[in-house]
Each structure stands twice: as C-alpha cells, then as structure tokens.
Ligand binder design. Structure first.
Ligand code: SAM
Length: 388
C-alpha cells in the first residue's frame, strides 16, 4: 500500500468527534474509562488493529486485493506487492536461495503473511530453482488470516507450519513484507514549543472519540529544528520486535520490506504532519479514530531506528536499499520477460520511483555468525546502508 501524508491540523486535539458504532468502539470507550479518561495512541492502535475478533487484522473482512470491489462482491482495502504481482515473490526467492546457501540454513520464517501469497510465490520459485526449504513457518498476530493462508498454501501443506511465538532458538531466512508499518506507534506533537503525547479521549457526551494531548518526556530520536508545531511518530513496538527477534535467532538472514525512510528524512523539519494514515476501500485518509476495526492504520518505518535496534541487540545490518534497486539487482526485469503486458505493467509498479520503487525500502539483518563473507545479491549495487 502506498499511503499519502496526512492533512490534519496539528492543534486539533479537540477535532470533530468521530461517530462510530460497533462492539470495538464500546471496548475502546471502556478502555479509555479504565485508563482514567485518556488512552495513549499506541494502545488505541493496538486495539483497532488486533483486538481479538474485532480489530482490523483480527476480524474476518477481506482487506487484501487489487480492487475495492472483488469479483465475489466483497471489498478490499489495499494491495501489497505480493498481491499485485507474483513476480515480487519469485524475485525475492532468488535472494532467499542465495541467503540459504550462504548461511547454511534450510528454513524460512515469514512474519505477517497476509493471505499467504508471498509464501506461495517464494515456495513455488524456490522449488523451481531446485532449492526447496525443508520448512516454511508463518508467524502472524492475526489468527483470522490463518485459514486463508492454509487455503493459499494447500499445495505446499507438508512444509508450511504456523507458530504463535518464537522458539527459544531458531535459524532460518526471515521475511517480513509490510509488517513493521502495522505495529502500533506512539504519537507525539510539539505545540507552542512543548512536546505532548497525543492520545484518545471521549467527547463531552462520552460517545465519540477525540484526540487529547498530554505533556510528555517522549522525544523524537532527532531534535527537530525550528519552533514550529510538529506532529510525528515514534516506534517502540517495531524496535522491540527486532530486539525479540535478535534474542532467538542464531543463524540466517532477514529481509524486511516496507515504506519508510532513514531518520534524517523521517524527522525532517518539513515533515510536520507525521506519516500516520488509515486505509479503507483503496482510499487513504487521516481519520484514524473513525470506524475502529474497519480501517487499516499504518505509519511509515524509521529504518534508522530498525537498524539501531538490530545493532544494539547484536544483529548486523547487511544491506539497505530501495525496493526498486533490490528487485532489479535480483533480476526482476529479466524474470518479467515473456510476461503478458498486464503483468509487465504491474512489475513496473514494483520498481518505478513514483510507484513503489523508491518509497519502499529493504533492510537486511543477520546474526553475527551469518553476516560475514557474502553480499546479498539484492544489495550488490546501490546499497544505502551508509545513509541510515
Ligand atoms: C499489511 S499486512 C501485510 C501482509 C502481507 N505481508 C502482504 O504483504 O500482503 C500486515 C500483517 O502483519 C501482521 N503483524 C503485525 N504485527 C505483527 C507481529 N508483531 N508479528 C507477526 N505478524 C504481525 C498483521 O497481522 C498482518 O497480517
């Protein structure tokens, strides 16, 4: 998905109340009450996306698809790279094959597998390359997607497993496409020179959700030049996820693909509206408090934060570049030869700068035992690790 920048005024902490029916809203209201009238935004986002049975990724709505209205009459909200074109996973599989060989592992672990499309593409291509992995394990916070993944992966059933948590020690090639952006963020806003944490409260009548700010000791990782009002996000959960990964992971290499920037761009003084947005029916908006559970909510990834969290936890950063450069290094263009015109135009969306090619980045991490003596093909040219 390719979200746009939000357009909400920074000082609208008492903005128009969102009127939203539904069981999840009732739970959010209760949580606000139990928290003393104010819920930090990351807690709201966690409920809106993952509240069991009700959150956006925990309920049964279709979500993923190329069109707002599918052939079955059911709508989708956004399209991701593997949903757009199988060439995405077929190309990534070349990287997986090289990494398996270089690090001596024979397993893949995918986090946040969505419909299972990427898993199927990677497994199909690894089989065709003559490098089938012994196991492919999916870890997803969303239990409701598991049935869909099982159906997508029926032809690979014997090798695909699901895990609710990481084992004490594991090895393998780690994949995560658009997972880090789905992890709850904290919102912070500088108003009149004073930093506040932005959270969620109830409107005067107790019915609707409104923004509410409280002074905070939280700060962005970089000082923001200028005294202007400034809204942004910090990403403790994504960074904690990387640290947890590091604690359990002994061998292999990992590739996380998502939209985002290094911190100098993320916290640029001009990016004063942050990156938080909602997605519904292929529309992007900044009404993230509206219709909780019915919209995806997402923020861009601070790749410098990911890299520092990885390094602090003992992992090595072995590559960072744009999605376009990564896929081209891996031979996407050559793989697309012979594809029909529709497939070729979708392939172009993956790499063109004004589509997904530049906004999306790939970061590669590895435990120290697997980091030296090889260069992942995806970063052979145009590696930007030095810009993190
Ligand atoms: C935007 S979807 C991307 C799905 C898929 N990778 C794709 O590209 O189509 C984000 C997925 O990440 C999952 N997710 C979020 N946080 C996670 C975590 N900490 N561990 C595993 N999965 C997570 C969500 O449940 C959801 O399935």
């Amino acid at each position: 998905m390719t979200p746009a920048a939000g357009a909400r005024p920074l000082n609208d902490a008492s903005s128009e109340p969102a009127s939203v029916p539904g069981a999840l809203l009732t739970r959010v209201r209760r949580a606000i009450g139990e928290a003393g009238g104010w819920l930090p935004f990351d807690r709201f986002m966690a409920m809106a996306l993952y509240e069991p049975g009700l959150g956006y990724y925990a309920n049964a709505t279709p979500k993923f698809g190329a069109m707002p209205q599918g052939a079955d009459g059911q709508g989708s909200d956004f399209v991701t790279a593997p949903e757009l074109s199988p060439l995405f996973g077929h190309t990534l599989a070349r990287q997986v094959a090289q990494a398996m060989q270089a690090t001596g592992v024979n397993e893949v672990w995918e986090f946040g597998a969505g419909t299972g499309a990427l898993a199927r593409q990677v497994l199909d291509a690894l089989d065709a390359l003559g490098t089938p992995p012994a196991r492919y394990t999916i870890v997803d916070l969303s239990g409701s997607l598991r049935a869909r993944q099982q159906a997508t992966l029926a032809t690979h059933a014997g090798r695909v497993h699901w895990a609710d948590r990481l084992p004490p020690r594991f090895e393998g090639i780690v994949l995560g496409n658009e997972v880090l952006d789905a992890m709850p963020v904290q919102l912070i806003v500088r108003l009149g020179g004073v930093w506040h944490e932005r959270g969620v409260a109830l409107a005067g009548d107790g019915a609707a959700l409104v923004w509410a700010d409280r002074p905070t000791a939280l700060r962005p990782p970089l000082e923001i030049e200028g005294g202007h009002d400034y809204l942004t996000e910090v990403h403790p959960q994504a960074e904690a996820f990387i640290r947890t990964l590091a604690e359990h992971w002994t061998r292999g290499a990992g590739f996380f693909i998502d939209y985002g920037f290094p911190e100098a761009e993320y916290y640029h003084p001009q990016r004063h509206m942050g990156t938080l947005v909602a997605h519904r029916a292929h529309q992007v908006d900044d009404e993230v408090l509206e219709r909780p559970g019915e919209k995806d909510i997402t923020a861009h990834v601070n790749f410098t934060g990911v890299a520092l969290a990885a390094q602090d936890a003992g992992l090595d950063v072995i590559g960072y570049t744009s999605q376009g450069r990564f896929l081209i290094n891996l031979g996407l263009v050559e793989l697309a030869q012979g594809a029909d015109p529709r497939e070729r135009s979708r392939m172009q969306m993956l790499v063109l700068e004004h589509e997904m090619g530049e906004l999306f980045k790939v970061i590669a991490l590895a435990p120290p035992a697997s980091a030296g003596g090889w260069t992942p093909i995806g970063f052979a040219q145009g590696d930007r690790t030095h810009r993190l």
